[in-house]
Design a protein around this ligand. Structure first.
Ligand SMILES: [Zn+2]
Length: 164
């Protein structure tokens, strides 16, 4: 890490630093977390910085916010290389890798319009079985539709449009 990058990453008193995000995915990570910038949280997004591991990477730091394990798992959908650093009193007190579970529930919608999970008033949560991590392939446990990373990213774009 270069000294200036170190400052960007470390100067956070309390909160979460999401590191090793594939370059260009930082905003998608914010969408996954539902962070729009209107919450009053201090958020820093660093894009396309050098990374030994990834070539180029993005970094997101969110002051005063900790992530639930569900949120961490959501990040794994589009940033499987990400590391989550929990910061307290300016120090990283915990570092964890994201991990995509075998079953993903209630985060993404099935792309099949006739799927039972898309029926209005249907209490069924969408549920996907993990077929492959890289490239990402998920299968709806109700109708068998297979969705990939592009579908997931597209849904995140749409979700952020609706919130505006
Ligand atoms: Zn389905």
């Amino acid at each position: 890490m270069t000294p200036s990058e170190g400052l960007l990453v470390r100067r956070i008193r309390e909160g979460t630093v999401i590191d090793h995000i594939p370059a260009g995915r930082a905003l998608a990570v914010l969408r996954i977390l539902g962070i729009t910038g209107r919450e009053g949280l201090r958020v820093a997004v660093v894009m396309n910085v050098e990374s030994r591991r990834l070539g180029r990477k993005d970094i997101v730091k969110v002051e005063g916010r900790h992530l639930s394990s569900e949120e961490v798992n959501r990040i794994a959908l589009i940033a499987p290389s990400a590391t989550i650093n929990i910061v307290k009193d300016y120090r990283v007190i915990e570092k964890k890798r994201v991990e995509l579970p075998e079953l993903i529930e209630g985060i993404i919608t099935c792309t099949n319009p006739t799927c039972i999970t898309r029926k209005p008033g249907e209490p069924l949560k969408p549920r996907f079985k993990l077929l492959s991590r890289r490239p990402l392939r998920l299968q709806c446990t109700y109708c068998g539709t297979i969705i990939d990373e592009e579908d997931v990213l597209e849904q995140l774009e749409e979700a952020s449009e609706e919130r505006r």
